[in-house]
Design a protein around this ligand. Sequence first.
Ligand SMILES: Cc1cc2nc3c(=O)[nH]c(=O)nc-3n(C[C@H](O)[C@H](O)[C@H](O)COP(=O)(O)OP(=O)(O)OC[C@H]3O[C@@H](n4cnc5c(N)ncnc54)[C@H](O)[C@@H]3O)c2cc1C
Length: 780
Amino acid sequence: MYLLIALLIIIIGLGLVLAYEPWRQQYLTQRIFRLYRGRMPSLSPSEREALDAGTIWWEGQLFSGKPQWSTLLGYGRAALTTNESAFLNGEADTLCSLVDDWEITTQTYDLPEEAWEYIKAKGFLGLIIPTEFGGKAYSALAHSEIVRKLSTRNSALSVTVMVPNSLGPAELLLSYGTEDQKRHYLPRLARGVEIPAFALTSPWAGSDAGAIPDYGIICKGMWEGEEVVGMRVTWDKRYITLAPVCTLLGLAFRLYDPDGLLGEKEDLGITLALVPTTHEGVEIGRRHLPLDAMFMNGPTRGEDVFMPLHYIIGGVEMAGQGWRMLMECLAAGRSISLPASFCGMAALSVRAVGGYARVRTQFNTPISNFEGVQEVLARMGGNLYAMDAARSMTAHGLDLGEKPSVVSAIVKYHLTERGRAVVIDGMDIIGGKGVCLGPSNFLARAYQQLPVGITVEGANILTRSLMIFGQGAIRCHPYLLAEMRAVQEPDEARGMQAFDKAFWSHARHTTFNGLRALWHGLSGSVTAIIDTNVSPAMRPYFRRLTRYSAAFAITADAALLTLGGSLKFREHLSGRLGDMLSQLYIASAVLKRFEDEGRQPEDVALAQWAVEDALYRYEEALDGVLSNFPNKPLAVLLRIITLPLGRLAAPPSDLLNKKVAELITRPGPARDRLTAYCHLPTDDDDPLAAIEAALVAAGPVEAIEKKLRKFERSGKLDGNPMANVRDLADATYAAGGITTAEYEALQRYYALRDRVIAVDDFPGDLSSPEGRADVNRHPA
Ligand SMILES: Cc1cc2nc3c(=O)[nH]c(=O)nc-3n(C[C@H](O)[C@H](O)[C@H](O)COP(=O)(O)OP(=O)(O)OC[C@H]3O[C@@H](n4cnc5c(N)ncnc54)[C@H](O)[C@@H]3O)c2cc1C
């Protein structure tokens, strides 16, 4: 009894202190404020600029612990305009048909001239440039779909189109260029008169790009016959896409003004310039060979190259603003380019391998009937559904005016990782056919080139470990940034006021999220409010996501509280927290896709697979955080709050695997929706065209083959065991077991199937003229 009274007095006392602002500030906030000053992460200038870049979108809601589903569905459905659709189904397909992957990777080592000309003439390099400058002004979604389609054909094609339209001079000019620069360069870029490249990476600064040693010195020099103030720039860059053929080189370097010609500041900071490659001293032309992906890529160098100040993007006022400019533009470009190209490769794999698995038989049955193969096929289909959901939702976000930097890191990392998994799974299913190179191999080049996308635009390990949560926590958290700004405020009294407000709102937020996570965990989320109309089949998933969002919010808060500034060096934890946020993002994109596409009954299995997989991955990451949490008592408390009944999420069931595998191995609307906008060649010689034709023919043939087996079992073939199904067809037909029409249908199908399973062979001496000629041959 006394204990209860004492507890009550403490609670009332605490309540009074909290409610009465002067007491709260004097007895509580001030102490916490000082403690925080020592613990809050300190930010380098480049980190601060990265944090200030871009916007917060749906990921902010997920971080809040209380996502409003009406907001997500209220973003509307991403759709292409009539012009965009026509271009995607017209020019994009024509461009695909101009290239032959085998020819490019074994003979020409470059796109054919005809393709280059078509790219320039049809405006592929000006997709994001406004029409007033002669560009297409396409939406982010259209840009994404075009890159995705080109990737289903050839990587050199998609990279050549994607780079100028993402992080390149055009994007930088549009956002920061002077009017003169825009008027001069944008129409030329749109028409392909200029081929752009952008050079940031140096041999000494890859992931840590802010540390580039390339420099420019403000000085006087001669320009067009007159002495002017300009800059002498020295650079050594590598891995620069399109550099060997570019005419306009975007260049990042650190600019110094030691003689004070521009002002008092000596180190102006990272600066971006546009340099015509005809400018004296610019070295380009040599190439790297990134894993047989034959897009142009190579080094560029220059030593003490004098250039005028108007080469700086945005003019001299933008000198030193380069890092912020790059961060802003990267958020948009990174959201589109690699997510789209990996979705393209995954779509090609699902379409082709799904068909192949149905056509390829072993043990007298299509390999798609084996449960082991079905499990892998389902993983491919489910991953693709999730990938495309996240890709198109993110592109839609850009079209709504967002520049979501955290989301761009999520989709860059997770879509390239999932895309890699899909292609590797596909390779496993097609077996030896995937391993042997040749014009009939439709997957090996994609497989070979996977690491390129993993490495570029923020290498994946770094992106997962450092960027998603590292930046996401500070960017998306409803109060953390305000707290950090408050503790870093030079005026302590002002800082205290701001901190008081942010900190106690934060405390309320954390308490409520903890209570909600616990309650939803105990009640199976049945009371989680879904504030909009959703499909009954998906409602339980919306509820679980609400619970998991609250659990994520409290776990993130606990990690930030315990580790403070050191969290950014604890990449194990930060990576897993990033995974939790990412799976929430991907799962909500899947639910949105299912709703946006009109709740297609055939797609239920795909959506379920994708959400269940994401929830399972989420719990795995949460478990990893809790098991490795440095403060053990807090870890126990967190486990009680976030997983009160233990881990419940399971990987997609065997039944679900079977359903998804069936969807992607039979022609039908679900398969078509899943692999929409793949380039489907019509040329009979193309391996993908052969698979498509064989798959269509496979359905009717199934019944005839059953008839063959039945006839064989009936003993009417004199009991001869047939060596293969082809002999069986001949013998059955000869014995009158099938009609002529059925026999002919079988023969047509067998011819197609032979093409599907064909593997190329070459002369023993590949270096001989005959050997080379044979390698150079096109599919027979
Ligand atoms: C084909 C190709 C095209 C490219 N195109 C361009 C271009 O057009 N313009 C341009 O400027 N650049 C370009 N790049 C450069 C590309 O963006 C860099 O390669 C990338 O930044 C990685 O740098 P790096 O290869 O030097 O790896 P490193 O920086 O040496 O990294 C090595 C490994 O360490 C990991 N790592 C590094 N730091 C951390 C950390 N703090 N935490 C966890 N892991 C970490 C990375 O994830 C990576 O796995 C291109 C590169 C390639 C290969």
